[in-house]
Design a protein around this ligand. Sequence first.
Ligand code: HEM
Length: 417
Amino acid sequence: MKNKTIASFLQTVGQQTEVFARFSTVGGGQDSSDYARDPRGFALKFYTGEGNYDMVGNNTPVFFLRDGINFPDFIHSQKKNPKTNLPDPAAMFEFWANHPQSLHQVTILMSDRGIPASYRYMHGFSSHTFSFWNDQGKRTWFKWHFKTNQGIKNLTNKQAATTCPFGAQEDLVNAIERGDFPSWTTKVQMMSEEEAKDYKINPFDLTKVWPHSNFPLIEVGQLELNRNVDNYFSETEQACFSPSNLVPGIGTSPDKMLQARLMAYPDAHRYRVGANANQLPVNAAKYPVNHYQRDGKMAGMCPEGGENVQTSKVNFYPNDQINEGAPAPLPTIAEPPMPVEQDAWINRFDTVNTQDYYQQTGDLFRLMNESQKSQLTTTIAEGLIQAKSEVQKAMLEQFSNADIDYAQRIKVIMKNL
Ligand code: HEM
């Protein structure tokens, strides 16, 4: 990867980097079953020689939205009903009926892939577009793909309902304990800045995939999980992942959802764990790095060889103490300028080119075999029947825009429920 990025952990074949991983369900709280029909979080922390790099992805290549401004509304609509404290499919569908951009992800969520048999049997994706830059200051857009070496395995609704709610956690811990280490082949899709300018799909639209036929997957390594944590709370619960934890050679992109995430995560960490969350061993860099954080509760827990904390050195920049060893940005690792505004050309409530919402959804539906189509449409019908009639109508129109057969099958099943 040398010609694409200066990221120190991606320079030579055979190089190894320690990683911490956390998998999760998304919508539910701690009471969520491991087998909820829900995306799965796929979060990785790479302890690289130049500080920590986090890849905070999901098990799906796309997401429900393409603008962070809609995210709070989306999350509210997916939570339990405030009166009954029960899951509320009517509210979920009401949100989706008003956001046709969600249809692609809704189709993945309701498909046979919506309930992975365990965390070992699912892929991981950055979903977002990120950027590499090389020593010439040249940027390449890219997406991460982690392809499970265990193969994809899923549960049906019926199997999920009768499986132990902690089953995925148990499966992962036990596999690692017996030395059957789960692994993923790590790949990237790359797009040059020139290609991005004319590509038929906005490369920063999180509701779309980059077709592999145009941007093939390129293998860059293996991810292996070969150690369980010693204490779940101190490590896994207190782990703090953020898409803004980056290292030289890897940057963000004009993707509006990603831009919204960059500050949301450290905010959550300060509230959830504390101002000095990065001093906990699971979060601290394993190699000395500079930062300007000082004071706050629990300051001073610096693990040996880890973050360079609690110093009395200057903690602002620019300063006059560069010659006395104060940290300063290195021009040799400076990121090339990113035209965020020019390139993020999806408007907030863009309804132009609505056909675009449906093309990739329809393609996905048409790729499915008979059993997959039947599982998908049955699951949708069972949820949609609980929504208001105008929501049902709007959703059926969306399905029909993707593929007439998709809508037709749902209609027939709903009639018979
Ligand atoms: C604008 C959109 C989004 C916002 C504002 C947002 C915000 C958050 C926040 C505040 C947390 C809790 C962080 C913590 O307490 O440590 C979280 C967790 C998480 N989010 Fe997002 N999120 C967004 C979209 C996404 C997307 C698109 C993905 C995947 C591609 C994603 C993946 C995750 C994962 C994997 C976690 C759990 C990390 C862990 O295991 O600790 N999020 N999100």
